[in-house]
Design a protein around this ligand. Structure first.
Ligand code: GDP
Length: 228
């Protein structure tokens, strides 16, 4: 993408680092382990380890993406167990960093009271969680940028932390539709957030076909890399 020099930058659709990290850093979710569940702010772990959050509409493919990146077929299964679907489930990565699996949103059958609690908890989490180094937002490539996705971005973007979007289930689209979806999403993000200095990147992803795994890992590894 050509950059205009005076314009704040939205990072490229798919980024390849100049140098690939190796070892534990190369596959940051590999060997992740379930740590705990938080239903409210006070239950979030203290300790200051860097944290990455995964969010998305329910059914967008978030659990499948976590499992694919962790190379573990049932890691994110815990988030689906009854009683935990509205909680933040935390996993510890091999590096000591944490992964926060946020409850899927947009599920019509969730009672209004629960939805309100979820919104307040997540809005606070995204706005105030000091350990959060980046947000990975999962969207079904066939239905990207829903109203709730945009609301979540509006909560988070002002923090100035990076967002990376996985357009999941891309295997369900033909090559042309994949390319145009990627372009459309990128253009919409540029339009909405480009002038706010947002750091948003987007890529195609498929958990079932293992498309985009290395690109997503490179982004997460970059977020978690120790800063001097
Ligand atoms: P979550 O609610 O966001 O955690 O979504 P899930 O990971 O449970 O996925 C929802 C549905 O989409 C399941 O039936 C998955 O098998 C399916 N799914 C998830 N990822 C993919 C993918 O990359 N390709 C295809 N074809 N189906 C997927």
């Amino acid at each position: 993408m050509r950059q205009q020099p005076d314009k704040p930058r939205i990072v490229p659709k798919q980024r390849r680092p100049a140098e690939s990290p190796t070892g534990a850093a190369a596959q940051p979710l590999r060997h992740a382990e379930f740590l705990t569940t938080a239903a409210q702010w006070a239950q979030l772990p203290a300790g200051g380890a860097p944290e990455i959050a995964f969010a998305g509409r329910s059914n967008a493919g978030k659990s499948s993406a976590i499992n694919a990146l962790a190379q573990h077929t049932r890691l994110a299964y815990v988030s689906k167990t009854p009683g935990r679907t509205q909680h933040i489930n935390l996993f510890r990565l091999r590096s000591g960093a944490l992964l926060a699996d946020l409850p899927g949103y947009g599920y019509a059958k969730v009672p209004a009271e629960m939805r309100r609690h979820w919104q307040q908890f997540i809005a606070r989490y995204l706005a105030e969680r000091g350990e959060l180094v980046g947000l990975l937002l999962v969207m079904d490539a066939r239905h990207p940028l829903t109203e709730l996705d945009l609301r979540l971005l509006d909560w988070f973007v002002p923090r100035g932390r990076p967002v990376h979007i996985l357009l999941t289930k891309c295997d369900k689209l033909g090559a042309q539709a994949q390319a145009s979806t990627l372009d459309d999403v990128h253009a919409a993000l540029e339009k909405s957030y480009g002038n706010r200095g947002a750091r948003i990147s987007v890529q195609l992803f498929s958990a079932t076909r293992r498309v985009g795994i290395a690109a997503a890992e490179a982004i997460l590894a970059d977020w978690l890399a120790p800063r001097g």
